[in-house]
Design a protein around this ligand. Structure first.
Ligand SMILES: [Zn+2]
Length: 507
């Protein structure tokens, strides 16, 4: 950067200088004045370059200090190569202290990265060769740096040994991850995320199909070419799906917000479908729900009633609500994800408003984002920033960096969240989520059957919810691609994750 810029400026200045010299000769000035002028010019040029040099070196120093992680993570950076020769890549641990990724040294002195749980943490922990993903990518800078004391570094150097890299401690729990992975099974593709609504700690993050990161080099070409199943895609944060009826959480919130004093008086008679202009929207499975209020519309997931609500919503306010809930913008997370979208503008058609209200049409959301919204409802309207890494420690146990729970904003009022919780409890009590009823813990949530092929009527099965209903400790969000209805397929899977959480103790 510096060597590129300097010559250019030099040329410019010289041109300017010689023009001044020519002018003074033409005006017939005395020799000594000419000489003084020249000296002054040389001084100016010197000052200019000194100043430029200082500014540039200052800039580079500040940039290097503030962008150190970024610079070292750039694989073209020689410092990264240097760190790799000096240090052994650190270990990634689960919250319960098990190694999820570690460097092992073979007898011949060569080291390799080992993933003791093979496929289980494929997307969450990721891999570190052939590019990087997961925690391996997010925490690369720390894993290749070593913060052991200088005395130990000096000792290692004299012995020709590498320094142990810093270790990363995650919020992931092995047993819950295994329960979630087994619950999702091997037949369907999909995703499960489990997190703490009060802190944002992610306990489990499962995406299927998965792969064995121990084999990443040998399977690389195969997984890259298989575009259809997108094996490397972390469906939890990078998979975008129609939200289906889980989006009724957002629509109900918007309705309550627009009618704070009268939403309880809402009434609609569902005869199975609603027709508006060219558009017809029907209730799932040909259901007819009869006369419903807002709570019952929500619990029974009545499409007809919600499409009716969509027609009456204030587009400007709706757009604001969506913005606040992190639609169409960056999510507050430190790992790879894709943005959700649900665009509502002043000229959005009635047809689109009906589709929006039931989470169909152009609505696209990631399971992680839906879990974040659910967690905000469970946490009195305050959304917590989801996170996977709690701490970085040097090999001798010194804490290098700590990640604490942090708020992503009060995305709805405490009153609004309380109404939504009551509705989500009703889903389990008498609605589409009754398979979660009558267990040792109380659960609440919302199901969804998101159509992705309207011709064949195929849909993804969704569930998003939390437990215990009275004091939420865990949010579970499930999507099973192409399985059918959420109540039939996603709820039983979420139940296994809740069962796993409450049986393994909530330490
Ligand atoms: Zn209905």
């Amino acid at each position: 950067m510096m060597t590129d810029r300097k010559p250019q400026r030099t040329v410019k200045k010289r041109k300017g200088g010689s023009a001044t010299v020519r002018r003074s000769i033409r005006q017939g000035e005395p020799e000594n004045r000419k000489r003084n002028g020249k000296q002054r010019e040389i001084m100016y040029v010197t000052y200019f370059f000194t100043a430029l040099f200082l500014v540039l070196s200052g800039y580079i120093m500040v940039y290097a200090a503030t962008h150190e992680e970024e610079l070292v993570n750039n694989s073209y950076n020689p410092r990264q190569q240097m760190l790799l020769t000096q240090n052994t890549r650190g270990t990634i641990y689960s919250a319960d202290g098990e190694a999820l990724a570690q460097t092992v040294t073979e007898e011949n002195g060569e080291s390799r990265r080992e993933y003791p749980f093979a496929n289980l943490f494929a997307h969450a922990v990721g891999y570190s060769s052939n590019g990087r993903m997961g925690v391996e990518a997010q925490m690369n800078y720390y894993l290749i740096n070593s913060n052991v004391p200088f005395s130990q570094k000096a000792e290692n150097e004299t012995k020709g040994k590498k320094n142990p890299g810093d270790n990363v401690y995650t919020t992931l729990r092995v047993s819950l991850q295994k329960t979630a992975s087994d619950a999702l099974g091997v037949v369907y593709d999909g995703a499960i995320v489990a997190m703490n609504p009060k802190t944002g700690e992610i306990y489990a993050m499962v995406s299927k199909p998965d792969f064995d990161p121990n084999e990443i080099e040998s399977i690389w070409n195969e997984v890259i070419e298989d575009k259809e199943s997108s094996v490397l895609l972390n469906r939890v944060s990078q998979g975008l799906y129609p939200a289906g009826s889980t989006f009724k959480i957002v629509t109900a919130l918007e309705y309550i917000r627009e009618h704070p004093d009268s939403y309880q008086n809402y009434q609609y008679t569902c005869n199975g479908s609603i027709t508006h202009g060219e558009d017809k929207i029907s209730c799932y499975h040909g259901s007819v729900h009869g006369t419903v209020n807002l709570k019952k519309s929500f619990a029974k997931s009545c499409n007809t009633s919600f499409a009716n609500i969509g027609l009456g919503l204030d587009r400007t306010q709706y757009a604001e609500t969506l913005q606040k809930l992190y639609f169409n913008r960056e999510l507050p997370v430190d790992f790879a994800y894709h943005k959700s979208s649900q665009v509502v503008e002043n000229d959005t058609s009635d047809s689109d408003m009906m589709q929006n209200a039931i989470g169909q049409g152009k609505t696209q959301i990631s399971p992680l984002h839906l879990a974040m919204i659910t967690a905000a409802v469970a946490n009195d309207g305050k959304m917590m920033k989801p996170y996977l890494v709690s701490e970085v420690r040097s090999a001798d146990g010194t804490v290098v960096k700590q990640y604490n729970p942090s708020s992503a904003g009060q995305v709805m009022s405490g009153e609004e969240a309380a109404v939504l919780r009551e509705y989500m409890e009703e889903v389990v009590e008498s609605g589409t989520g009754t398979k979660l009823k009558g267990h040792a813990y109380t659960a609440a949530g919302k199901t969804g059957s998101a159509e992705y092929n309207t011709v064949k009527g195929e849909s993804h099965a969704w569930f998003t919810g939390y437990a215990p209903a009275e004091d939420p400790e865990i949010v579970v969000t499930v999507i099973i691609e192409g399985a059918g209805s959420g109540g039939d397929y996603a709820v039983p899977i979420a139940k296994r994750v809740f069962d796993g959480y409450f049986q393994t103790g909530n330490e």
